[in-house]
Structure formats: structure tokens, C-alpha cells
Design a protein around this ligand. Structure first.
Ligand code: SAM
Length: 264
């Protein structure tokens, strides 16, 4: 299941340079127009193939575009396209899994769309491997100002994605002091960065996933501070599944060390 399926293509265009590149430099223009394969096609091309695929997308135009783009692919008849909210669709999907079914779910939100309850429902199935592009930078780090202030709407959003209010003490340090005149002051300081936000989420995931939560977190994003960290969790508690997940974890750490996981 790809729960934030998109249109089948990801554009790498840098809009702000578009006019300039169109006028002057054909090489940069080609680069600015580049598109890369979306996650759905990557999933469809995996060998051996899956028995079925479910692609979810909230936006009607996008899901229609996706259908059109994938039409004619060898695996097309195995794909269920669903227009809807990823959270409710994933929860419904979890309920449909029979005892022999196994699945992989990929969550690639724009920001803070994935609710903790969705992650917990996946864990509860004991049948799903989850790959989650967790919004460690965009959804958390950049929502807290240096002086520890968070707009109340962002406060709710952070609680919704991590499923607890404990982040408030973990991400923001409170300093209490008294001056010479005995005036009491409290100052706040942001102590979180995207990496520690991802570590916090991994700790949270370990409370519900009975299999293995990957030891790695792969940073992704164009900025000095990554926007996302790729996390992995396997809900299957069987010994074999955990052994496989451990192997995968090692491979992912190696890939990160080899710099494949560098910020892009
Ligand atoms: C980062 S893009 C996904 C890109 C895609 N994985 C790919 O590689 O091509 C996120 C997509 O999620 C869709 N989206 C946003 N909110 C959603 C929601 N609540 N449920 C399902 N899809 C949603 C957006 O329209 C957008 O196409």
C-alpha cells in the first residue's frame, strides 16, 4: 500500500529559476524540467512482484492522473486505486488483512498528515512492514521557535503525529531563575533537531511495534536540516521476521554510511 500515492511522477523543477533558465541556459533548463519516477511505479517494478497493490491519494485529479500514467503497466490489473484520506484508508485496510496476509505500507506525506493512531493500527496487525517518511524537520523542528514557542495549531499537530504530549518536555527545555530582587522568571529553549525528533519517534514506535523498529533513520531533504527521516518498523513478532528486519536494518545503516542516505 502506497498511502500518499501522488501522480506517479515527482518533479524536481526549481520554479523560482524557471524564467531565467528558459531564457538562457538549455542545460539547466533540462535539469529544471526533470522528473523522477514516483513511488508507485517503483513499487510496481519491484521483482518479485506483490499479489496486489493499493494506491491512495486524497486529490481526485492526481489519482486520475496516476491511473492514466500507470495504465498499460504489467501489474496494472493488480492495482486498487482509492481516492480518500490515507489515515482512514490505512485503518480500513488493516482490518481486511487475513491471518496469512502480509503487507508493506509506505507513508510519504507532505507534512504532518499521518496520525499516530494510524501508525498504531499498522503495528497492531502484526502483519505489516512500515516505511515512514517521518516529518522530523518540517513537521516538528521548524514548528518550534528557538525560544521554545509553538503556535497552538502546530502544538496539536505535533501531538497528533507522535501520539503523546511528552514531546513538550523532551523538545523544549524550561529554565527557571530568580534575580537579585527575587523576581522569578521562566525561559524556554528549543532543544530538538530533526535527528532527535526522529529518535523520539522511533522510541514511540517501539512501544507499539512487536517486531523490529529499524535502528537507522535516513535523512532526506534539501536543507541543512533535513525535512524528513525515513523510518522502518516491522509489526510481525515472529523470530524469522525479526531476523529479516535486523538484516534490513544493517543494510540500511550500511547504505547510509556509504552516503546513499545523504540529504538530497
Ligand atoms: C509527497 S507526495 C507523495 C509522492 C509520492 N509518494 C511519489 O513518490 O510520487 C504526497 C501526496 O499525498 C497527497 N495527500 C495529502 N494529504 C493526503 C491525505 N490525507 N491522504 C492521502 N493523500 C494525501 C498529496 O496530494 C500528494 O500527492
Amino acid at each position: 500500500m502506497d498511502a500518499f500515492a501522488g501522480t506517479g511522477e515527482v518533479s524536481t523543477a526549481r520554479q523560482k529559476n524557471k524564467r531565467q533558465t528558459e531564457m538562457f541556459d538549455p542545460e539547466t533548463y533540462r535539469e529544471a524540467k526533470a522528473v523522477i519516477e514516483g513511488s508507485t511505479r517503483i513499487a510496481l517494478n519491484i521483482k518479485p512482484s506483490f499479489d496486489s497493490y493499493t494506491f491512495i491519494e486524497l486529490n481526485k485529479k492526481k489519482i486520475n492522473e496516476l491511473k492514466e500514467k500507470l495504465h498499460g503497466h504489467q501489474q496494472f490489473d493488480r492495482v486498487k486505486f482509492r481516492q480518500g484520506d490515507a489515515n482512514s484508508e490505512v485503518i480500513e485496510f488493516c482490518k481486511t488483512l487475513g491471518s496469512k496476509d502480509r503487507a508493506v505500507v509506505f507513508l510519504d506525506p507532505f507534512g504532518s498528515q499521518v496520525k499516530w493512531s494510524t501508525v498504531a493500527a499498522i503495528a497492531e496487525t502484526e502483519k505489516i512492514d512500515l516505511w515512514y517518511l517521518f516529518p522530523s524537520g518540517g513537521g516538528i523542528y521548524r514548528q518550534i521557535s528557538k525560544d521554545g514557542k509553538v503556535h497552538f495549531t502546530h502544538e496539536d499537530a505535533i501531538t497528533r503525529i507522535v501520539g503523546t504530549e511528552d514531546w513538550k518536555t523532551e523538545f523544549i527545555k524550561r529554565h527557571e531563575s530568580r534575580d537579585l530582587f527575587d523576581n522569578f522568571t521562566i525561559t524556554l529553549e528549543k532543544t530538538v533537531d530533526p535527528k532527535s525528533a526522529a529518535e523520539f519517534m522511533k522510541k514511540r514506535m517501539r512501544t507499539v511495534f512487536k517486531g523490529k523498529v529499524g535502528d537507522f533513520s535516513i535523512p532526506l531533504g534539501k536543507h541543512a536540516y533535513p525535512t524528513f527521516h525515513l523510518l522502518f518498523a516491522s509489526s510481525n513478532p515472529s523470530k524469522n521476521a525479526i531476523a529479516l528486519a535486523n538484516k534490513l536494518s544493517q543494510a540500511a545503516i550500511q547504505a547510509t554510511d556509504n552516503n546513499y542516505g545523504r540529504p538530497i
